[in-house]
Write a protein that binds this ligand. Structure first.
Ligand code: IPE
Ligand code: IPE
Ligand code: MG
Length: 255
């Protein structure tokens, strides 16, 4: 078992958990349902949006932690197609976060070779939100390290229906024959293409559900739930989740 001692050996506290990880068994793709921002704030007598702000800052910490152990793709569920149901003020606040996050963090993300991506529908997002994300995508497109993928205005059922509509159109135009439609081909019609399926899904805040997130892609992902709210889920907790992943036996229906 290769350890991370050479990288973390001299670093304090938080990284000690990383030392215990098997460097040969790091999940390629970790997806996170960042839940519990509102409850985190309310517990502290703060407005819900304060929780979103704190949660935003946590994205950077967990990105660096994932990068440091060699995760290849980190998908962060930031806004679902269902989150439009929330009060307008809260939605407006969330939509402004990319304009704060990216300019503040982009230099460090670039220095760490991180590539920004987005999975979700641009339609419906304010122009300023899209511009902030698109600028970050453009500025990091030549990077070759960790892919930090934001699921923004994303919903899995809509993704699958939209994929089926495009597939049906291609079949009608004789670009695809019915017997060619297999799992690999269908995956190409999903918004996540060409990313690999998540190996590990983490959901914070104690909710035990998937909330319309990557229903196809999570078929064989390991699921990790924690009662911690997203703003309090820090680096040692992330390494703990990876450690738990490493203790699981992935069988894919075999023995
Ligand atoms: C997750 O935190 C962030 C988003 C869904 C945008 P919540 O806002 O859902 O926080 P809770 O679940 O209400 O505590
Ligand atoms: C899931 O959290 C969506 C994101 C984290 C972006 P929600 O808070 O929207 O999920 P539900 O409503 O509790 O299922
Ligand atoms: Mg929630």
């Amino acid at each position: 078992m290769m350890s991370f001692r050479k990288w973390f050996g001299s670093k304090p506290e938080g990284e000690q958990a990383a030392l215990k990880l098997d460097a040969d068994n790091i999940p390629n793709h970790v997806a996170v349902i960042m839940d519990g921002n509102g409850r985190w704030a309310q517990k502290r007598g703060l407005p819900r949006v304060a929780g979103h702000h704190s949660g935003m800052k946590n994205v950077k910490k967990i990105t660096m932690a994932a990068n440091s152990i060699g995760v290849k793709v980190l998908t962060m569920y930031a806004f679902s197609t269902e989150n439009w149901k929330r009060p307008k003020e809260e939605v407006d606040y969330l939509m402004k976060l990319p304009m704060e996050f990216f300019p503040k963090e982009i230099d460090e993300l670039i220095a760490n070779n991180v590539q920004i991506r987005m999975t979700g529908w641009p339609e419906g997002l304010p122009n300023y939100t899209l511009k902030a994300v698109q600028d970050a995508i453009d500025q990091t497109k030549h990077n070759t390290g960790l892919i930090l993928n934001f699921a923004l205005n994303y919903g899995s059922r809509k993704e699958m229906l939209n994929g089926i509509q495009r597939l049906a159109q291609d079949m009608k135009e004789n670009k695809v024959a019915a017997d060619e439609v297999d799992e690999a081909l269908f995956s190409k019609y999903l918004l996540t293409d060409p990313l690999p399926d998540p190996d590990l899904l983490i959901r914070t805040s104690g909710e035990l559900r998937i909330s319309n997130f990557m229903l196809w892609q999570l078929a064989y992902s390991e699921l990790y739930f924690t009662d911690l709210c997203w703003p309090e889920f820090t680096e040692p907790h992330f390494y703990e989740a990876i450690g738990e992943y490493q203790r699981r036996a992935r069988r894919y229906g075999g023995l």
